[in-house]
Design a protein around this ligand. Structure first.
Ligand SMILES: *[C@@H]1O[C@H](CO)[C@@H](O)[C@H](O)[C@H]1NC(C)=O
Ligand SMILES: *[C@@H]1O[C@H](CO)[C@@H](O)[C@H](O)[C@H]1NC(C)=O
Ligand SMILES: *[C@@H]1O[C@H](CO)[C@@H](O)[C@H](O)[C@H]1NC(C)=O
Ligand SMILES: *[C@@H]1O[C@H](CO)[C@@H](O)[C@H](O)[C@H]1NC(C)=O
Ligand SMILES: *[C@@H]1O[C@H](CO)[C@@H](O)[C@H](O)[C@H]1NC(C)=O
Ligand SMILES: *[C@@H]1O[C@H](CO)[C@@H](O)[C@H](O)[C@H]1NC(C)=O
Ligand SMILES: *[C@@H]1O[C@H](CO)[C@@H](O)[C@H](O)[C@H]1NC(C)=O
Ligand SMILES: *[C@@H]1O[C@H](CO)[C@@H](O)[C@H](O)[C@H]1NC(C)=O
Ligand SMILES: *[C@@H]1O[C@H](CO)[C@@H](O)[C@H](O)[C@H]1NC(C)=O
Length: 479
C-alpha cells in the first residue's frame, strides 16, 4: 500500500521546482486551469461540472470546484492527494457524500462545502481520514443535526462554520473539542442552550448564536468558555438570563444581547466581565437596570441601551464605571424629570451622548433632554410640569445657574486646587476634597491610557454623587 502510494506519487516527491510546475500543468483536468506559483492550484470553478474530473495533479495543494453542478461524492472521490491543503465545493448541488469521500486527503486543512442546499444529512464517517483539518465550512446547507461522533478524527479543528442551517440545538459533536476557536451557528433554529452543550471548549474565542430562537439558557452553559472574546446572542427570544450566565468569562471583549426580550438587567450578570469593551443591550424591552450592574466593567468603551422601554437611568446604575466612550440611549420613552438631570449635565459637558428624546412630562415631551431646563428653588431641582397644554413649555424656563455644571467645568480645567484655598461655600468644600482624592486614585487604578477628559466623563458624576444624591429618584428595584 505504502509502496503503491509512493509509486503513484513519485513525481511529487522530486524536489525540482521546474518539474513540479510541469507536473501541475500536465495533469490539469480538461475543464480546469492549473497554476503553479508557490504551490499547485487547480481552478475548476464555474465550469458547469456535473461530475468530478477523473484525476487531479497529484501535487495539487488547492482545488476550487465552486459553482458547479456536483451532486454526489463517492468514496475516495479525489483519489490520493497528499499535498492538498484546501478544497472548496461551495455552491454546488451536493446531496449525498459517501462515507470516506475524503480519504486520501490526509493533509487537508480547509474544507468548504457551503451553500449546498440539499445536504441535509452527514454520516458519522463523512470526514474519515481528515486528521489535519482546521477549518470546515458547512454554512447554508440544509442540516438539521450532525452525528455526535462525526469529528472523532478532527481533533485539531479550529473553525466550524455552520450558519444558516436548521440546527435545533448546538450539535453535540462540538463538545470537548478543545482546539476549536470559532463556532458560527447563527441563523439556525435553536431554542435553548443546554448546560452541557459547550463543555470543554476552553480555546473558544468566538461564538455566534445570533438570529436563532433561543429562549432558554441553562445555568452554567458557558462556564468552560474562559477564553471567549466575542459572543453574539443577539436577535433571539431571551426574556431572562440565568443569574450567573456569564460567570468566569473574564476575557470577553464584546457581548451582544441586542434584539431580545429582556426587561430587567440583573447586577449578577456582568460581574466577571472585567475586559468587556462593548456591550449591546439595544432593542430589548428594558424597564429596569439594577444598580451596580456595570460596576465591574472597568474596560467598557461603548454601551448600547437604545430602543428599549427605559424611562429613567439613575446614576448609581453606572457606578463606578471608570471609563465609557459612548453611551447610546435613543429610542426610549425617557421621563425627563430631575432624576435625569445628571445625564443632561453629563451630555452638556462631554458631548458623548446625544439623542435622548423626552416622552414625559408633557411640558417637555418631544424635546431632547439637552434642551430641557430644570428650574431650581432653594437649590433643589424642580420637575418640569405635567401640563394639559403642551404649548406652555417655555413656562419652565429658568435662569438658575447650574452649579453642578460649573463645578464639572472647573474640574476639567483643573482649577479646583487653586480655588480650594479660598474657603468657598462649606457644603461644597467637603465633597470636593473627596472628589479630588477619588479622582487621583482612580487614575492609578485605570489600566489603559486615557485622557483626563475621558476618564472624568464618568468619574466626576460618580464622585459628586453624594452631593446631588438628593436629586435622584431611584429606579424601581428589580426583583
Ligand atoms: C439539485 O439536486 C436536487 C435533488 O438532488 C434536484 O431536485 C435539483 O433539480 C438539482 N438542481 C440542479 C440545478 O441540478
Ligand atoms: C490541539 O492542538 C494541539 C496543537 O495544535 C495538539 O497538540 C493537540 O493534540 C490538539 N488537541 C487535540 C484534542 O487534538
Ligand atoms: C465585582 O467584582 C468583585 C470582586 O471580584 C465581586 O466581589 C463583586 O461581586 C462583583 N460585582 C458584581 C456586581 O458582581
Ligand atoms: C415596551 O414598549 C413597547 C412599545 O411601546 C410595548 O409594546 C411593550 O409592551 C413594552 N414592554 C414592556 C415590558 O413594558
Ligand atoms: C426657600 O427658602 C426659604 C427660606 O429659607 C423658605 O422660606 C422658602 O419656603 C423656601 N422655598 C421653597 C420652594 O422651598
Ligand atoms: C388636566 O386636565 C384634567 C381634566 O381636564 C384635570 O383634571 C387635571 O387636573 C389637569 N392637569 C393639570 C396638571 O393641570
Ligand atoms: C481665590 O483667591 C485668589 C487669590 O487670593 C483670587 O484671585 C481668586 O479670584 C479667588 N477665587 C475665588 C473664586 O474667589
Ligand atoms: C471647609 O473648609 C474649611 C477650611 O478649609 C474648613 O474649616 C471647614 O471645616 C470645611 N467644611 C467642611 C464641611 O468640611
Ligand atoms: C422587572 O422589574 C420590575 C420592576 O421592578 C418588576 O416588577 C418585575 O417583576 C421584574 N421582572 C422580572 C422578570 O424580574
Amino acid at each position: 500500500m505504502t509502496a503503491l502510494a509512493f509509486a503513484v506519487c513519485v513525481l511529487c516527491l522530486l524536489p525540482q521546482a521546474a518539474l513540479t510546475r510541469w507536473a501541475c500543468a500536465r495533469a490539469c483536468p480538461a475543464s480546469c486551469s492549473c497554476t503553479q506559483e508557490r504551490s499547485c492550484s487547480v481552478l475548476c470553478d464555474r465550469s458547469g461540472l456535473a461530475e468530478l474530473p477523473k484525476e487531479f495533479p497529484c501535487e495539487a495543494s488547492a482545488i476550487n470546484l465552486d459553482k458547479n453542478r456536483l451532486k454526489f461524492l463517492s468514496e475516495r472521490a479525489f483519489g490520493t492527494l497528499p499535498s492538498l491543503k484546501s478544497l472548496s465545493l461551495d455552491h454546488n448541488n451536493i446531496s449525498f457524500i459517501t462515507p470516506g469521500a475524503f480519504k486520501g486527503l490526509s493533509n487537508l486543512v480547509e474544507l468548504k462545502m457551503a451553500h449546498n442546499e440539499y445536504i441535509s444529512y452527514l454520516h458519522t464517517r463523512t470526514f474519515t481520514g481528515l486528521k489535519k483539518l482546521l477549518r470546515l465550512d458547512l454554512s447554508d446547507c440544509n442540516l438539521f443535526n450532525i452525528p455526535d461522533r462525526i469529528f472523532i478524527e478532527q481533533t485539531a479543528l479550529k473553525e466550524l462554520l455552520c450558519f444558516q442551517n436548521n440546527f435545533r440545538r448546538i450539535p453535540g459533536a462540538v463538545r470537548g473539542m478543545e482546539n476549536l476557536t470559532h463556532i458560527y451557528l447563527e441563523r439556525n433554529k435553536m431554542e435553548a442552550v443546554a448546560y452541557n452543550s459547550l463543555l470543554g471548549l476552553g480555546s473558544l474565542r468566538y461564538l455566534n448564536l445570533q438570529e436563532n430562537r433561543i429562549n432558554v439558557i441553562h445555568e452554567q452553559s458557558f462556564q468552560d468558555l474562559v477564553r471567549l472574546e466575542n459572543f453574539y446572542l443577539n436577535d433571539n427570544l431571551l426574556s431572562d438570563l440565568p443569574r450567573f450566565a456569564f460567570k468566569g468569562l473574564i476575557r470577553l471583549k464584546m457581548l451582544n444581547l441586542g434584539g431580545n426580550q429582556l426587561t430587567n438587567v440583573s447586577k449578577t450578570w456582568f460581574g466577571d466581565l472585567v475586559e468587556l469593551e462593548v456591550l449591546y443591550l439595544d432593542r430589548n424591552q428594558l424597564l429596569c437596570i439594577e444598580e451596580g450592574t456595570f460596576e465591574n466593567l472597568t474596560s467598557l468603551i461603548s454601551l448600547h441601551l437604545n430602543s428599549n422601554n427605559l424611562t429613567s437611568l439613575p446614576l448609581p446604575v453606572f457606578q463606578p464605571v471608570y471609563f465609557l466612550g459612548r453611551l447610546y440611549l435613543f429610542k426610549n420613552p425617557w421621563e425627563c424629570d430631575c432624576s435625569l438631570k445628571w445625564l443632561k449635565q453629563w451630555m452638556d459637558s462631554y458631548k458623548l451622548v446625544r439623542d435622548i428624546p423626552c416622552a414625559s412630562p408633557s411640558s417637555v415631551a418631544g424635546l431632547d433632554l439637552s434642551q430641557v431646563v430644570f428650574p431650581s428653588a432653594n437649590g433643589t431641582c424642580v420637575n418640569p410640569a405635567e401640563l394639559n397644554l403642551t404649548t406652555a413649555s417655555s413656562d419652565t424656563a429658568s435662569t438658575t445657574e447650574n452649579r453642578f455644571h460649573s463645578l464639572l467645568s472647573k474640574l476639567l480645567q483643573q482649577e479646583l486646587r487653586d480655588e480650594m484655598g479660598n474657603g468657598t461655600e462649606s457644603r461644597r468644600n467637603g465633597t470636593l476634597q473627596e472628589a479630588e482624592d477619588g479622582q487621583l486614585s482612580a487614575g492609578v487604578r485605570g489600566q489603559r491610557a486615557q485622557t483626563d477628559q475621558t476618564l472624568l466623563c464618568f468619574m466626576v458624576p460618580w464622585l459628586v454623587l453624594g452631593w446631588i444624591r438628593s436629586e435622584l429618584v431611584s429606579c424601581p428595584s428589580c426583583t
